[in-house]
Design a binder for this molecule. Sequence first.
Ligand SMILES: *[C@@H]1O[C@H](CO)[C@@H](O)[C@H](O)[C@H]1NC(C)=O
Ligand SMILES: *[C@@H]1O[C@H](CO)[C@@H](O)[C@H](O)[C@H]1NC(C)=O
Ligand SMILES: *[C@@H]1O[C@H](CO)[C@@H](O)[C@H](O)[C@H]1NC(C)=O
Ligand SMILES: *[C@@H]1O[C@H](CO)[C@@H](O)[C@H](O)[C@H]1NC(C)=O
Ligand SMILES: *[C@@H]1O[C@H](CO)[C@@H](O)[C@H](O)[C@H]1NC(C)=O
Ligand SMILES: *[C@@H]1O[C@H](CO)[C@@H](O)[C@H](O)[C@H]1NC(C)=O
Ligand SMILES: *[C@@H]1O[C@H](CO)[C@@H](O)[C@H](O)[C@H]1NC(C)=O
Ligand SMILES: *[C@@H]1O[C@H](CO)[C@@H](O)[C@H](O)[C@H]1NC(C)=O
Length: 436
Amino acid sequence: MVPRASILALLIFVLIPPITTARDHHGFRGTLTRIHQLAPGKHSEAVRRDSRRIDFLSYTSTVVVAATNPSASAQGVVKTGGGAYHMNLSMGTPPLTFPVIVDTGSSLIWTQCAPCTKCFPQPTPLFQPSSSSTFSKLPCDSSFCQSLPDSIRKCNATGCIYDYHYGIGYTAGYLATETLSVGEKSSFRNVTFGCSTENGGPMDNTSGIVGLGRRSLSLVSQLGVGRFSYCLSSDPAGSSPIMFGSVANVTGTNVQSTPLVENPVAPGASYYYVNLTGITVGATDLPITSSTFGFASDGTGGTIVDSGATMTYLAEAGYAMVKEAFLSQMGNQTRVNDERIGLDVCFTSNGGGDVPVPRLVLRFAGAEYAVPRKGYFDAAAVDKQGRVVVECLMVLPPKGNISLSIIGNMMQMDKHVLYDLDGRRFSFAPADCAKV
Ligand SMILES: *[C@@H]1O[C@H](CO)[C@@H](O)[C@H](O)[C@H]1NC(C)=O
Ligand SMILES: *[C@@H]1O[C@H](CO)[C@@H](O)[C@H](O)[C@H]1NC(C)=O
Ligand SMILES: *[C@@H]1O[C@H](CO)[C@@H](O)[C@H](O)[C@H]1NC(C)=O
Ligand SMILES: *[C@@H]1O[C@H](CO)[C@@H](O)[C@H](O)[C@H]1NC(C)=O
Ligand SMILES: *[C@@H]1O[C@H](CO)[C@@H](O)[C@H](O)[C@H]1NC(C)=O
Ligand SMILES: *[C@@H]1O[C@H](CO)[C@@H](O)[C@H](O)[C@H]1NC(C)=O
Ligand SMILES: *[C@@H]1O[C@H](CO)[C@@H](O)[C@H](O)[C@H]1NC(C)=O
Ligand SMILES: *[C@@H]1O[C@H](CO)[C@@H](O)[C@H](O)[C@H]1NC(C)=O
């Protein structure tokens, strides 16, 4: 017999969303939705969105590296939205539900707040601080406010103001605290977020961002969940679950793990850096050295896992090796050079979308990441009958002069991936996301 008290506890738990302080919480689930479907012909748009994001990432990685005080190094505060995924957050009392970009590359939760000086159009009403009984502005002397880099913190009598300019846009507002719900049953009191009142730049029809990065203001750090995992389905109709805390665990016989590493020049940076030590194309191990994807002495370079970029971007020298290996192993396949496609290594397909391609394996320290075909080679153009006529490699060199390598969300599809902050490792296993 289950004791009556625990049945009661269970009922309360099911019927009433418990409002908890995060640290004693057990774990919870949410659902991710891809904002832009990956349809043939849409890849050049995805690359354009990614390039705005890479502007941002390179901007913040410069700030990270430039910060003299590592504890004040940059957080991603804004995103222009790559080919990302969104999930719903509910904020305030009574709660307002809105979609936000899920971003492992930044560490602030933010949404647009009324009254707004300049806001981009969003799919839900603006958050109204004055209509929520649980809203408070965060004072400037709070540790979260002090954790913002000096270059963006502009404290004044209004409170903890941030004013953040980046490549093609900006966002400005103030930090505040609110009750926040994620998923269906999990509410948290006093979560710090950014109330943005002046914004430039597109946001992909969402109402903000939830930063899942490694710094103190991110959702995962504030809730103290210690780890999170997700599974991105390659099936547009399939579900892509995200799990936080104790329910986030990748299990089975095919699980592999690699350490999450720190940027030696900027420890405590927002990004999930992994140690990419090798790449195999077909049967060929490419001549990767520690300088190909590793950190340079000034802290540039490195390889991150990013939920917000669609494609994968490899630093120039590494990209050149991958491209050369594919071109030499694609045998007599006919190469297509068409700038409109927006991709570099493309081949004609006779309608089936089944151009034979060599396998692709990324080698991380201690782990092999075998990429499913759909994660690196896909239809990029179809004819009027919908038959695939061009297929391309979904890997590119970074746009602009940056050496950061980025493993984008396409390459993460059909795997259950775990960001274990407490254990400082990144784990993954092939998965059917519908069953995770
Ligand atoms: C978010 O909430 C809206 C409105 O409640 C709902 O229609 C939508 O399906 C939700 N999206 C996700 C990803 O759960
Ligand atoms: C604080 O700074 C913000 C942004 O520059 C400005 O909108 C606001 O009026 C300032 N508040 C005060 C009290 O000066
Ligand atoms: C909310 O959190 C902030 C920052 O951690 C803290 O300064 C403040 O005292 C908290 N307020 C409440 C009511 O718990
Ligand atoms: C924005 O999202 C809403 C609901 O999430 C949808 O109804 C609307 O069509 C979208 N608008 C655009 C321009 O994508
Ligand atoms: C996660 O799963 C692994 C393998 O099944 C198990 O050894 C480990 O204890 C689990 N961790 C947690 C925290 O549940
Ligand atoms: C990456 O792995 C290589 C080989 O195991 C090791 O020499 C190197 O120090 C690692 N780099 C980092 C940043 O951990
Ligand atoms: C490519 O080469 C294979 C044998 O290596 C042959 O079967 C195939 O017909 C060739 N394809 C084309 C388009 O020439
Ligand atoms: C890229 O940046 C590096 C360091 O800032 C500089 O030395 C190099 O000349 C730049 N290359 C190009 C092509 O702009």
